[in-house]
Design a binder for this molecule. Structure first.
Ligand SMILES: Nc1ncnc2c1ncn2[C@@H]1O[C@H](COP(=O)(O)OP(=O)(O)OP(=O)(O)O)[C@@H](O)[C@H]1O
Length: 272
């Protein structure tokens, strides 16, 4: 899409600029339709580099739908249509010239339910780098696998069982394996869609700790139903309601002094 040809929407509420830094990902006037039904309405939002941005809001408000716009996962849903302008480092990710497979290596994804491949732990991590030609020999394979598992905080737990199935790990370990798999192809952005919703509190705490470490090297966007989790892990929070972005601001501000009544109502538990 040509930047000039896009009708500039009125800015949706609250997208403060990031202290003069260009956003890593930026959307302007993004709309998503499933058939005739509009699920996302004119969303304009900046996502800062090396920050964790949390998407919160009542069930069905469009958090996951908008998240999936950011690496074109919605392309895989036949009835789904996306319009507007979404950019990664200033480049239109919906431009015809964009290779979607490459885009998804730059913007990786971790899903709600841990979904390791039915392969060994080693193969789960090695698969992506191998198909993208990043592995040339055994030494680089081992380096990528160890490095990714270390960064995902899983190496010590699995280093003696790399040939055993990934599906044999606990739920929390499987989710960290999926994070290792995402990291292995050197993404710049990691999208996480409720990554802890299938996990117990201890496994959740480990993932949250990991998210905090990962933001040093990656830009992270997380959809969460837990306001406590958003408050713990994110620097910025975006509140969605009925497909609209109501407000996006520093997490502390959102939880202590939101601008909008709807945000206030949601965070104080009056609806949602
Ligand atoms: N594949 C799909 N086909 C048709 N409608 C869909 C599809 N996925 C989502 N929707 C609709 O789009 C709207 C937004 O859904 P979405 O899952 O993005 O919301 P959400 O805020 O992530 O919800 P939740 O918190 O319950 O996961 C909902 O009305 C939902 O029913």
């Amino acid at each position: 899409m040509d930047q000039e040809s896009i009708e500039r929407p009125k800015q949706t509420a609250g997208t403060p600029l990031l202290e003069g830094r260009p956003p890593k990902v930026a959307s302007r006037g993004a709309n998503v339709f499933y058939g005739d039904k509009q699920a996302i309405k004119e969303v304009s939002l900046d996502i800062g580099e090396n920050e964790v941005t949390a998407f919160i809001g009542p069930s069905g408000c469009g958090k996951s739908t908008f998240l999936r716009c950011l690496n074109r996962m919605n392309d895989t849903i036949d009835i789904c249509r996306v319009s507007g302008d979404i950019r990664l480092d200033g480049q239109d990710i919906y431009d015809k010239s964009v290779d979607v497979v490459e885009l998804r290596t730059r913007i990786g994804m971790v899903f709600q339910k841990p979904n390791p491949f039915p392969k060994s732990i080693m193969e789960n991590v090695a698969y992506g780098p191998r198909i993208h030609g990043m592995i040339t020999d055994k030494a680089s394979l081992e380096e990528v696998v160890q490095g990714s598992l270390e960064r995902a905080g899983l190496w010590e737990e699995v280093k003696d069982r790399l040939d055993t199935p990934g599906t044999g790990l606990s739920g929390g370990q499987q989710q960290r394996l999926c994070i290792a798999r995402a990291i292995a192809v050197h993404p710049e952005v990691i999208l996480m869609d409720e990554p802890c919703s299938a996990l117990d509190p201890i496994a959740t705490a480990k993932i949250e700790e990991l998210i905090d470490e990962l933001r040093e090297n990656f830009t992270i966007v997380i959809v969460t139903h837990s306001m406590q989790q958003a408050a713990r892990v994110s620097q910025r929070t975006a509140f969605f309601h009925l497909g609209e972005l109501i407000e996006c601001n520093d997490t502390e501000q959102i939880f202590t002094n939101p601008e909008h009544k709807l945000t206030q109502g949601y965070i104080t538990g009056r609806f949602g």
